[in-house]
Design a protein around this ligand. Structure first.
Ligand code: PMT
Length: 415
């Protein structure tokens, strides 16, 4: 069955090198039954001709807002009304900035403003431009407005850089478009790192994950709801990118990624000991574990018997694992997490400074559907010269983005 049968897609093409892939994209969308009308920016025409796109789409190509002939035929308002989906591929940083600010200074941005159809963008730009704070703010703004973000992918770029920012492959864009129509959900799908993009080869990452358990007596303990999913996803992403990974994990029920060195611990003190031991020669340390801040001053040797109506536990502070790793003479690039329920930026920045970290990834653990023991997460990452938003996505996807950001920031620090 053709999944895009009777679907009307306006394909917006903007001025990036990936524009050369768009004739193939038009063909593959048509193969699935879509009717495709192409809108090109001036920049796009420097990379690919309207004639080519007219030939493959079998429709005239629109490229000007102020073209009297075009306005007589299918003008910008008609196109905006006609579309079931506006797909912009490639979407340059400039186009993303303009549509995120509601500008309408060319045909494509005007259509975006005039339409009630859903919009999907496939970002394509240099990795530094993608990581720029302002681009990330624009992406977050669009994502919050239910614009679908398809990609970007990661890998070697036309400019010679390696990193996030490549337009997804045509087959992936077609698949996401089909999924969009079959599920009709908004998505932000930064492409997972390909196993062959081994940018972390030679690096050793130590990652803590899961909860700790602080014994009260032989049968009871103090703990929290951490499932280990976030930390395990980071371990998986680092492994896929070629790092050697030591995963120091509290008690969880999920399986560890293949090929990591798994060190299982229970209490914060045990995790502290292992973390310091393995971090001495590590490249990166990521503290994703939800470590108990306090433990029993004295663990009862026998099961505590029920007696009075109230009971007080005498607790003492646990060592701060991530702060102690950050204080090592030969310290790895040290990344903490901040699990917050209010004043997220304020508390996260306080932890970044107090614990002397290189980076901190803050998550709102009060928001439904993210944080502790959920499949998804969203992070606001703070570091010396920036702030980076990772919008709500699967923990695997968030981990991919975080690993990539850590790598970029670490490289800047050592170069
Ligand atoms: O495991 P999941 O179910 O997937 O959930 C993921 C998560 C919500 C647990 C994760 O995303 C997260 O936020 N982890 C950090 C939880 C936490 O303990 O945050 P905190 O703000 O209390 O601690 C700040 C940082 O100090 C953390 O990096 C923590 O690992 C570290 N810490 C805290 C106490 C301590 N004694 N030693 C530490 O190293």
């Amino acid at each position: 069955m053709q999944i895009l049968q009777n679907k009307k897609i306006v394909l917006g093409i903007t001025g990036g090198i990936a524009a050369y892939k768009t004739p193939e994209l038009v063909r593959r969308l048509k193969d699935q039954g879509a009717d495709v009308r192409v809108v090109m920016t001036e920049g796009a025409k420097a990379f690919i001709t309207p004639l080519t796109l007219q030939a493959v789409s079998a429709n005239s190509v629109s490229d000007s807002l102020l073209d009297t002939q075009a306005e007589l035929a299918m003008g910008h308002i008609e196109l905006a009304k006609w579309a079931d989906l506006i797909l912009i591929a490639p979407a340059t940083a400039d186009t993303i900035a303009r549509i995120s600010h509601g500008m309408a200074n060319d045909l494509l941005t005007t259509i975006c403003l005039a339409t009630t159809a859903p919009i999907a963008i496939a970002p394509a730009m240099n990795q530094q431009m993608w990581h720029a704070q302002v681009t990330q703010e624009n992406i977050t703004r669009l994502s919050n407005r239910q614009v679908n973000i398809f990609g970007p992918g990661s890998g070697a770029q036309a400019c010679g850089d390696i990193g996030l920012g490549r337009m997804l492959d045509v087959s992936e864009l077609v698949e996401l478009t089909c999924q969009f129509f079959s599920e009709n959900i908004t998505r932000h799908t930064q492409k997972e790192q390909q196993p062959d993009q081994q940018i972390l080869i030679g690096q050793h990452w130590v990652i803590t994950a899961g909860p700790t358990r602080e014994a009260i007596d032989p049968v009871r303990y103090i703990s929290n709801h951490s499932s280990g999913k976030m930390g395990y996803a980071i371990a998986e992403a680092a492994l896929q990118a070629g790092a050697k990974v030591t995963l120091i994990s509290g008690p969880v029920t999920i399986s560890p990624p293949k090929n990591c060195d798994l060190i299982q611990v229970d209490s914060a003190q045990n995790m502290h000991k292992k973390a310091l031991n393995y971090s001495k020669n590590a490249t990166v340390f990521v503290a994703c574990a939800a470590v108990a801040d306090y433990r029993m001053a004295n663990i009862a040797e026998q099961k505590i018997k029920k007696s009075a109506d109230t009971m007080q536990l005498n607790l003492i502070k646990n060592p701060d694992i991530v702060a102690d790793v950050a204080a090592l003479t030969n310290k790895p690039f040290t990344v903490g997490f901040a699990a917050e329920t209010q004043d997220i930026e304020h508390y996260a920045l306080g932890k970044l400074q107090r614990k002397n970290l290189d980076m901190i990834a803050a998550n709102n653990v009060a928001a439904p559907g993210q944080g502790f023991n959920s499949e998804n997460n969203a992070l606001t990452v703070f570091y010396a010269d920036g702030k980076y938003e990772i919008p709500l996505a699967s923990k695997q996807n968030v981990a991919q983005q975080l690993v990539s950001l850590i790598q970029q920031t670490y490289l800047k620090q050592v170069n």
